[in-house]
Design a protein around this ligand. Structure first.
Ligand SMILES: O=C(O)c1ccccc1N[C@@H]1O[C@H](COP(=O)(O)O)[C@@H](O)[C@H]1O
Length: 213
């Protein structure tokens, strides 16, 4: 199976077009206002509408309310909800049931015991994303260009499809996939020319490197 690739933090047409042309499996829209990659729902809808079909459109949320989810889903045709906050398994299950969309739960990993949460979430989510734990007191729970020890994933049986994230770049993604034995990867900072500004060339390079050709 080819490695799955998600390009997160899409905010402009050049990035959207590059991700689609290079064959990304997922594109992420960040609906978290403090992020430099936050996008207005109307803009995300317009970017999505540039291409019929193509990657799954992922909405990235951090501890969203039902009202926030409903408002964004009314405008943007999302195929997957990414929960990147402190959501509990019960909250993830409630979101999945209420909105009828698959859910990907992001877990911050710094030590082997952080993977224990997989067992709690596995019955109620469709996918996992493993990211580095954010710096204490930092403004963003993800998207910090920080890697964790990829070896922590090796040999682990994760009962759902999963993506490796955190500090990935075109230069390190192949090694990260090999070390973690990751079936998929997710990137934001590593394909940017400035914080929050995607580089179409780096998007292409990342996808080529991840897929090994
Ligand atoms: O990208 C963001 O701004 C962001 C904000 C809040 C939560 C998660 C966020 N991004 C996610 O983090 C991973 C890793 O990012 P990076 O490649 O290390 O910059 C990213 O792929 C998003 O899924």
């Amino acid at each position: 199976m080819p490695v799955e690739v998600k390009i997160c933090g899409i905010r402009d047409a050049g990035a959207m077009d590059a991700a689609v042309a290079a064959g990304a499996d997922f594109v992420g829209f960040v609906f978290f206002p403090p992020s430099p990659r936050a996008v207005a729902p109307g803009d995300a809808a317009a970017l999505s509408a540039r291409h019929a079909g193509g990657p799954v459109r992922v909405g990235l949320f951090v501890d969203p309310t039902d009202d926030a989810l409903a408002a964004i889903l009314a405008e943007v045709p999302l195929g997957l909800i990414q929960l990147h906050g402190e959501e509990t398994p019960a909250r993830a299950a409630a979101i999945r049931a209420r909105f009828g969309l698959p859910v990907m739960k992001a877990l911050g990993i710094a030590a082997p015991e952080d993977l224990a949460a997989v067992d709690d979430f596995a019955p109620v989510v469709d996918r996992f994303l493993f990211d580095a734990k954010p710096p204490p007191g930092g403004p963003l729970p993800g998207g910090n260009a920080q890697s964790f020890e990829w070896q922590l994933m090796a040999g682990r049986t994760i009962p759902k499809p999963w993506l490796l994230a955190g500090g990935l770049t075109p230069a390190n993604v192949a090694e990260a996939i090999r070390t973690a034995r990751a079936p998929g990867v997710d990137v934001s900072s590593g394909v940017e020319r400035a914080r929050g500004v995607k580089d179409p060339g780096l998007i292409r390079d990342f996808i080529v490197s991840a897929r090994g050709r």
